[in-house]
Structure formats: structure tokens, C-alpha cells
Ligand binder design. Structure first.
Ligand code: GTP
Ligand code: MG
Length: 457
């Protein structure tokens, strides 16, 4: 007897009554049900076919259970994410948001920081190439001028020799921008923070670019050692140092084939944030001495004027904002040179303080790049020449920070929809030691407040 015939329903006379008859009619009904038919063994199924069919069914059931489990875990992760503390970094472009993020990594997940060195090496080289491009362009502009005195045909020759290096810039930038989140504007704007770093670390093109930089290291050094070139840059008011990502004083070290960036190199490396990045800080990976750290998320956003609309969707999901502003009253925005940097920051600060969606959010103010302010004041910068209301206050670091701190505090107090504490720090985000302390305090404060709010709820 075949396996199929053993499962076949026995035929019964039509129209017969009683429990037996109703069972039979139920069976007849199931015989015509499409699902039952689909699952039923084929007629004349052999023993081997039956074993194969049952094995397939078992695999399908296992896959289905795995999918259910994955969905459940996804839901649990989403529920947990809702509970986790979320911090948003805000401020104009180049205010130091991504640098502060790196400080959080160093403080809480240093292993993760270590795993990113290969990618940061390429960013350092990209920064170096960018400084060389600025220098080469300046030399070429001088050469094209009707009368040039500072540069000679040898400089033109050097610029030609450096061309293969300059071609690498475009390749590297396109590698960083490679992400579905950028090619399809309709997609979600958030991308995991490590996406572009993986692309850079594993790319053959990036390795080839590093080799070209190494081959041309003598030409790069010759360019930078030339006093006429330095003079020319100064004459044209170009300060490569002020732009961030400055590695021209480290050419020998960073162009070595076996160069591995230090923590300080990574903090100084500059890469513009292109879209909102989501960074997860997992408590298991916490550094020694940071026991009790809970999981949390940091959102790093692009700060240039055209991209600030991307901040808004995060306003009603974060518990804390770290707002960064350098006190660059002596500079204008890169993307709009009619706008003073500090004025732009004040406008932003007022908008953030008064935003209803953020009324329950802690806002922590960082006056960042304080090393630069100190150096500028030491070099003779006169605050009142840029900020007339500064009047005849002492033209010192304490005088300047004190004055602007009171301005920011007053807006915070006046514009917050409900009273909240004013948290304020002076930072130099490229200095890991001083920043680590501040990051620790800020983190504690955010969690203490969050815990208090959770208990109140
Ligand atoms: N000297 C000095 N440089 C700093 C400081 N903080 C950040 N930088 C440098 O400034 C540059 C810009 O910093 P980022 O952190 O990339 O700025 P951002 O706010 O993320 O900028 P976007 O991504 O364009 O919005 C980098 O090269 C940093 O190394 C600081 O306190 N002092
Ligand atoms: Mg950034």
C-alpha cells in the first residue's frame, strides 16, 4: 500500500445523517480547501518522496520560527531604543560636533575607536591633500597674475609634479560619499556612524591613494619648506592651520607607509558630516572605570546652513542636546560669507532654546575651540573691533568668555518655554584629557536627569 493511499479518506454514502456523516462531510470540505490541497501529499508518493517532503516541511517550519524570533528581537530592540537615552549634537558647521562625538567614543568605547584607525588614516591623508591643493591653487593664481614676484617657474614645475596627488582627492571624497543614503534623497536620512569608515578602510582605491602620497612625499616636503610659498599664503590671507584637519607640520610622519594615526590625529582629522549619523554606545563595551554606564545613542548632524532641516525629526526623541559654538566673532561662515559665525550661532541658540518640542530637553552649551580663542587673544586680537557692545571690558580670555557666557545664559533664561538649568562648559575638543573630564560630567548629568524624569513619570 502506498503512503498516499493510507491517508485517503474512505468514501461514505451521500446524505447519511449522524455524527459519522458530519465528520465525513467536514473531511469532504477540507478536501476542497485550497490550503489543505496544497499541503496534501501528492498521490502515489513514494517512501523517499515522503521523507524528502517531511524534511522540507521541517526546514520551512524552522525558518518560520527563526523569522518570528528575529521579528520579536527587532521589536524588543526598538522598545529598548525608545527607553535608551539619546543625545543630539548641534551647532554650525566646523563647531566641533563630530570631534565631541569622537571624545565620547574615546571615553566610553575605546576599543571601537581603535577599530577605526585605518579609516582615519585615509581622512588624515585627504586633509593633507586638501591643504596641498589650496597651496597649489594659490601658487597657480600668483603665476597667472600679470606680475608675480613671489613664485618662479620652479614652483610651477613642483605644482605639475604634485598633480597625481591632487587627483586622489576626488576619488577619496567619492568613496566617503558612497552610501545609499546619499544617492537616494527619498531614503531615510540616518545612517549608522561607521558606514563610510568601513568603505574607506577596506577600499583598494584608498590604499592606492596612500601609496601615491608616500611616493610624492619629497615633493610635498619641498613645497612646504619653501619660504616663498609660506609668504605667498600669508600675503593672500590664507591660514591652513585655522581650517581644521591641519597636518602640514607632520608630513614626514603621516606620509609613511606604516603610518597609524594617534588619538590626537583622529581628533584633529576633519571630515564634514554629510548626513545624520546614528552612533550606539553599548554598556558592555564600557571602558574600565565607567561601570554603571547604560546604553545610549548619539546623533551627529551636518551643521551647514542648507542641511539644518535634517535636525528637526530628532527634536522629539532626544533627552539632551549638546550645543557647540566656537567664539569665532572674527570669522564668517564658509557656506555664506555674508554671515558672521558668532551671530549665526546666537540665532541658532535662540531657536533651540525657544523650541517647544525641546522644552523638556536638557541643553548643554559648549564654548568650543577655546585654544584658538586664547591663541588669537595672545596674538593681539581686539574683541571690541568685532563686537562693539563688548566696549571697554578687559580684552582677556576671562573677559571675553564671561561676556559671551552671560549673553547666552540670558537668551536661555528668557526664551526657554519652561525654566531649566543652564549647563555650560569651555572646551577644547582636540584636547582629549580636558575633554574626557567634561564628557564624564556631562554624561553623568544627563543620566541623573533622565533617571529623575523617569521616576517622576
Ligand atoms: N584647535 C581646535 N580645533 C578643533 C576643536 N574642536 C574641533 N576642532 C577641529 O575643527 C574641525 C571641525 O570639527 P568637526 O568636529 O568636524 O566639526 P562639525 O561641527 O562636526 O562640522 P560639520 O560636520 O561640518 O557640521 C576639525 O578638524 C577638528 O579637529 C578645538 O577645540 N580646537
Ligand atoms: Mg561633523
Amino acid at each position: 500500500m502506498s503512503a498516499a493511499s493510507s491517508t485517503k479518506a474512505p468514501s461514505s454514502p451521500a446524505g447519511s445523517a449522524g455524527p459519522k456523516a458530519s465528520k465525513a462531510s467536514r473531511r469532504r470540505q477540507s478536501d476542497t480547501d485550497p490550503l489543505t490541497l496544497a499541503l496534501a501529499p501528492p498521490p502515489n508518493e513514494s517512501m523517499q518522496e515522503r521523507t524528502e517532503r517531511l524534511a522540507l516541511a521541517a526546514t520551512a517550519a524552522q525558518t518560520s520560527r527563526a523569522i518570528d524570533e528575529a521579528l520579536l528581537q527587532e521589536k524588543r530592540a526598538l522598545d529598548k531604543k525608545k527607553e535608551d537615552v539619546k543625545i543630539l549634537l548641534l551647532g554650525q558647521s566646523e563647531s566641533g560636533k563630530s570631534t565631541v562625538l569622537k571624545n565620547f567614543r574615546l571615553r566610553f568605547t575605546p576599543e571601537y575607536f581603535d577599530s577605526e584607525r585605518a579609516a582615519w588614516k585615509i581622512v588624515v591623508l585627504l586633509n593633507l591633500i586638501s591643504s596641498i591643493r589650496t597651496t597649489v591653487n594659490t601658487i597657480q593664481a600668483e603665476l597667472a597674475a600679470p606680475e608675480f614676484t613671489l613664485v618662479s617657474p620652479q614652483h610651477a614645475q613642483l605644482c605639475t609634479e604634485l598633480q597625481p596627488l591632487l587627483h586622489q582627492e576626488e576619488t577619496l571624497v567619492s568613496l566617503i560619499a558612497v552610501s545609499p543614503h546619499f544617492t537616494d534623497p527619498g531614503e531615510a536620512l540616518v545612517r549608522p556612524g561607521g558606514a563610510w569608515k568601513r568603505v574607506l578602510a577596506e577600499s583598494d582605491e584608498a590604499r592606492a591613494a596612500a601609496a601615491i602620497v608616500h611616493e610624492l612625499r619629497e615633493e610635498i616636503e619641498a613645497l612646504w619648506a619653501d619660504t616663498a610659498v609660506r609668504e605667498l599664503l600669508e600675503k593672500r590671507g590664507i591660514s591652513l592651520k585655522d581650517g581644521g584637519g591641519y597636518f602640514m607640520d607632520d608630513i614626514h610622519r603621516v606620509t609613511a607607509l606604516d603610518f597609524v594615526p594617534t588619538d590626537s590625529d583622529i581628533l584633529r582629522a576633519r571630515i564634514k558630516t554629510l548626513g545624520v549619523e546614528e552612533h550606539f554606545f553599548e554598556k558592555e563595551a564600557a571602558a574600565p572605570g565607567t561601570k554603571g554606564v547604560k546604553d545610549f545613542w548619539i546623533y551627529d548632524v551636518p551643521g551647514s546652513r542648507g542641511s539644518r532641516a535634517a535636525w528637526i525629526p530628532f527634536f522629539d526623541m532626544v533627552q539632551a542636546i549638546v550645543f557647540l559654538t566656537p567664539l569665532s566673532f572674527y570669522e564668517v561662515l564658509e557656506e555664506d560669507t555674508r554671515v558672521n559665525r558668532l551671530e549665526d550661532s546666537v540665532v541658532l541658540w535662540k531657536e533651540i532654546c525657544s523650541n517647544k518640542l525641546l522644552e523638556a530637553c536638557s541643553i548643554i552649551l559648549f564654548f568650543n575651540k577655546m585654544d584658538i580663542l586664547k591663541a588669537k587673544l595672545k596674538a593681539g586680537l581686539i574683541v571690541r573691533e568685532y563686537v562693539t557692545s563688548f566696549a571697554d571690558r578687559p580684552n582677556t580670555y576671562a573677559g571675553a568668555t564671561g561676556y559671551f557666557k552671560e549673553k547666552f545664559r540670558a537668551y536661555h533664561k528668557r526664551l526657554s518655554p519652561q525654566p531649566r538649568a543652564f549647563f555650560y562648559y569651555e572646551t577644547t575638543a582636540v584636547d582629549t584629557r580636558s575633554t574626557a573630564k567634561i564628557i564624564g560630567t556631562v554624561h553623568e548629568e544627563i543620566f541623573r536627569r533622565h533617571l529623575k524624569d523617569s521616576i517622576l513619570i
